[in-house]
Design a protein around this ligand. Structure first.
Ligand code: PLP
Length: 402
């Protein structure tokens, strides 16, 4: 049977790309569009109300990650937080200690890290990209072999990968870095709200967060900067955010971010149990119902909402389009690179072959998904894979029986 257009309501399984904003978050934000529109830098009451709202949000963000309020710098999102961490630290450290000319990161970071370090490479920094295992794990031994005593300004390793979900041993990596005199940053955009994050326990100097990955609004995020650490601003102007991020604050966005963090704190257990259970149910069903399907990344520690599959004989982009026609939102991996259709650098670093790379699909669950949705989605996915395989030049014997 040819696949026809979807008739029922769409099923969103791309929560690693972005999440629906919760009603309580929207409710919290609304007054800051309509009544409390003052500039937080203004001295009058409108300004004071806006400033109080920002400080209240700062409290919620800081308590979600175990920091102090004044250690949070609001930014326009995870991308800006990552850029600020890399560029703001590297230049400053090199200025005070020209010997510290090295930056270390991993081969599977988000583009906002990779592009920022490439920029620093063009400015004369010596950048190393740590390899990963087949499960996308950064090994502590790789860092130990690469880091040179007194030469490293910054090590930046993501907390959880956005494509396959592997969680990295952040506290161990941070300890090694500190022993060699470097500073440690982690991009925790995919981890915050999905697993307990405490900056003090992790021992990190800098950590990036984004609101729209935790059921908050887009265009707002934060960088945690350990107290006492110096940082050079990348955006200059009126001196907002303790002179580290100038520009009139996105008050309504920040308020929504604060509320999303407050809810995320309360929902952490739900995420770790229910969202994970739903994700695992989906994995079992896909592997059982779809022949020649494979779960990529079975790392012991992986984030609770991401599942990444390969369906040999299928092109991932074709599959996304077919699924979209059927009303299912999915992804091949990172959605944050302007629809660029290039093979995933993450899967390449994991050692995937061309066929494995092209037939991949990321499904990511969230707090609003239901078991019924998962059942329907897997049944439609099964159909879509079968249809596409019929058109594929690959011979998949077991599938031809279907
Ligand atoms: C791991 C990771 N870092 C950074 C970002 C960028 O965050 P934002 O979209 O808030 O700029 C993303 C977005 O997908 C991400 O997954």
């Amino acid at each position: 049977m040819p696949i026809t257009d979807c008739t029922s309501s769409p099923i969103y399984l791309d929560n690693a790309a972005s999440t629906p904003i919760l009603d309580e978050v929207i409710t919290e934000m609304l007054p800051y569009f309509k009544e409390h529109y003052g500039n937080p830098s203004s001295l009058h009451r409108f300004g004071r109300v806006a400033m109080r709202a920002i400080e209240n949000a700062r409290l919620h963000v800081s308590s979600l990650i175990g920091s102090r309020q004044h250690e949070i710098i609001f930014t326009s999102g995870g991308t800006e937080a990552n850029n600020l961490a890399i560029k703001g630290i590297a230049e400053l450290v090199r200025k005070t200690n020209p010997e510290k000319n090295c930056i270390i990161t991993s081969a599977i970071e988000h583009e906002s890290i990779l592009e920022a370090v490439r920029d620093m490479e063009r400015k004369g920094f010596d950048v190393s990209y740590l390899p990963v295992t087949r499960e996308a794990q950064v090994e502590t031994s790789a860092l130990k072999e690469t880091i040179v005593d007194g030469r490293t300004a910054l090590v930046s390793i993501m907390c959880s990968n956005n494509e396959v979900g592997t969680i990295q041993p952040i506290s161990e990596l941070a300890t090694i870095t500190h022993q060699k005199g470097g500073l440690f940053h982690t991009d925790a955009v995919q981890a915050v709200g999905k697993m307990p994050i405490d900056v003090k326990n992790l021992g990190v100097d800098l950590l990036s967060v984004s609101a729209h990955k935790i059921n908050g609004p887009k265009g707002v995020g934060a960088l945690y900067k350990r107290e006492g650490l110096n940082l050079t601003a990348t955006i200059q102007g009126g001196g907002q955010e303790s002179n580290l991020r100038s520009g009139t604050e996105n008050v309504q966005g920040i308020v929504g971010f604060g509320k999303a963090c407050q809810v995320a704190s309360q929902m952490l257990v739900t995420y770790e149990t229910e969202v994970q259970a739903l994700r695992n149910y989906m994995i079992d069903k896909v592997l059982r119902d779809i022949p020649n399907s494979r779960l990529n990344c079975q790392a012991q520690r992986r984030i609770c909402n991401i599942a990444h599959f390969t369906f040999l004989g299928v092109n991932g982009e074709d599959l996304i389009i077919k699924l979209d026609e059927l009303g299912i939102a999915a992804s091949t991996g990172s959605a944050c690179s302007l629809r660029r259709q290039k093979p995933s650098h993450v899967l390449k670093a994991m050692g995937f072959s061309y066929a494995e790379l092209t037939g991949s699909l990321r499904l990511s669950t969230g707090i609003l998904n239901t078991k019924e949705e998962i059942e329907q989605a897997v049944s439609l996915l099964s159909k879509a894979v079968r249809e596409l395989r019929k058109l594929s030049p690959f011979e998949l014997v077991s599938d031809k029986r279907n």
